[in-house]
Design a binder for this molecule. Structure first.
Ligand code: BYC
Length: 309
C-alpha cells in the first residue's frame, strides 16, 4: 500500500523549513547539492584567474586596491562554499581532486580571456551582476549552510558589481579610445554572461529535482530574463550598446526580447573547448602543486599544537 505520510524531509521542504546537515535527506538531494555547491566553489576559485592577471596592470593605486580586495573575496567565497559542501559528508580534498582531474565542472564564463582593462569593468558589472541574480535566489534555498553562505556572498557581490560598473562609467566618460575599449568588452562579455545561467529550461536536466527540493526557486530562463531586464537600462544609461540587433521591449510581457543564444558555443565551452579551458586548468593544477608545502606546513603545525595541548 502506498505510504501517504510525508517524511520529515518532505514536510520541511513543503513548509519552507531549512534542511540542516544532521537532518535525514534523500541521497539524490545530497548528491545534487554536492555537485552544485562544489561546482560553485570551483567557479569562485577559477574566477580569480582572469582578474588576477590584471592586478599588476591596474591604471591607479585605488583601482589596484579595489581589484585585489575583490579577488580576495572570490577566494573567500570558494572557502565558504567548500566548507558548506563538507557538511554533506565530503572533504574539500576530495572535491578539489575531482576538479583537478577534470571530473567536476566550473562556470563556463571563466574560460574567456580578459584582454583589456575594460574587461575588469565588464566582469564586475556583468559577470558578478549575473551571479547576484542567481545567488539572491540561492540565498533562499532549502539547504541551510548553502543558503547562509549565499547571504554573505551576495553582500560582497554587491560591491563587486558596483566597482565593475564604476570602471565602465569612468571609461565611458573618457576619451574615444576608452569608450571603444568599454564597448569592445561589452560586446565580448554579454553573450557569455547570459550563458552563465545554464542551458535553456528544456535542456536543463537537473532543474526538475532542484526545483522540487527548493534548491532552485526559479528556472535558468527566468533568471536569465531578470538579468537582461535589469542590465539593459544600466547599459543605456552610460551609452553602451547591447550587441544584439533584435533587442526589443515587449509591452505585453514587460520583458526584453532578444536573439537566440548560441548554445553550441556554450556546450563546446563546457566540454573543455573554450578559448581558455586548458590554461585555466593548467594554472589551477600548478597552484595546487606549488601550494603543497603550505598544506604540509599547516598540517605539521596543527599536529604539533594538538600534541602540546
Ligand atoms: N557553466 O541541468 P542544468 C562568480 C552544466 S562564480 C558550466 O541547468 P543546474 C565569480 C550543469 O552543471 C559564481 N556548466 O544545471 C567568481 C549540468 O551539468 P552536470 C558561479 C554549466 O545545476 C569570480 C549541465 O550543464 N555561480 O560569480 O540545474 C569572479 C546542465 O545544466 C553551466 C554558480 O556556480 C555553466 N554556466 O543549473 C567573478 C551558481 N550551466 O553538472 C564572479 C551555482 C550549466 O549535470 N550554480 N552547466 O554534469 C547554479 O546555480 C546552477 O548549477 C546553474 C546550472 C544555474 C549554473
Amino acid at each position: 500500500m502506498e505510504n501517504l505520510v510525508a517524511s520529515p524531509f518532505d514536510q520541511k521542504i513543503a513548509e519552507g523549513i531549512k534542511i540542516e546537515p544532521k537532518d535525514g535527506m534523500p541521497d539524490g538531494y545530497r548528491n545534487q547539492l554536492v555537485r552544485m555547491m562544489s561546482q560553485h566553489a570551483h567557479s569562485e576559485v577559477v574566477g580569480m584567474l582572469p582578474e588576477g592577471a590584471w592586478v599588476t596592470r591596474a591604471p591607479s593605486l585605488k583601482r589596484k586596491a579595489i581589484l585585489i580586495a575583490k579577488i580576495q573575496d572570490e577566494g573567500g567565497h570558494g572557502l565558504y562554499l567548500y566548507s558548506a559542501a563538507e557538511t554533506l559528508g565530503v572533504t574539500r580534498e576530495e572535491l578539489i581532486d575531482q576538479f583537478l582531474e577534470g571530473k567536476a565542472k566550473y562556470s563556463s564564463i571563466f574560460n574567456y580571456p580578459a584582454v583589456s582593462w575594460a574587461d575588469m569593468g565588464a566582469i564586475g558589472w556583468l559577470v558578478d551582476g549575473a551571479a547576484i541574480v542567481n545567488q539572491t535566489m540561492l540565498a533562499k534555498c532549502s539547504y541551510g549552510p548553502y543558503s547562509r553562505a549565499m547571504i554573505r556572498i551576495c553582500k560582497e557581490e554587491g560591491f563587486h558589481n558596483k566597482q565593475g560598473y564604476d570602471i565602465m562609467i569612468a571609461l565611458m566618460r573618457g576619451t574615444k579610445e576608452q569608450q571603444e575599449m568599454a564597448q569592445d568588452a561589452m560586446n565580448r562579455w554579454w553573450w557569455p554572461s547570459l550563458m552563465m545561467f545554464g542551458p535553456p529550461d528544456k535542456d536543463s536536466i537537473n532543474s526538475g529535482d532542484l526545483m522540487k527540493w527548493k534548491v532552485k526557486l526559479q528556472s535558468n530562463d527566468e533568471l536569465r530574463q531578470r538579468f537582461i531586464d535589469r542590465t539593459i537600462p544600466q547599459a543605456e544609461a552610460i551609452g553602451l550598446r547591447i550587441p544584439d540587433d533584435n533587442l526589443k521591449w515587449n509591452e505585453t510581457t514587460q520583458h526584453f526580447e532578444h536573439s537566440e543564444i548560441n548554445w553550441s558555443e556554450f556546450f563546446d565551452v563546457v566540454k573543455g573547448n573554450g578559448p581558455c579551458n586548458r590554461d585555466r586548468m593548467k594554472a589551477r593544477r600548478a597552484a595546487h602543486q606549488n601550494g603543497e608545502w603550505v598544506r604540509a606546513a599547516a598540517l605539521a603545525y596543527a599536529d604539533k599544537n594538538s600534541k602540546r595541548n
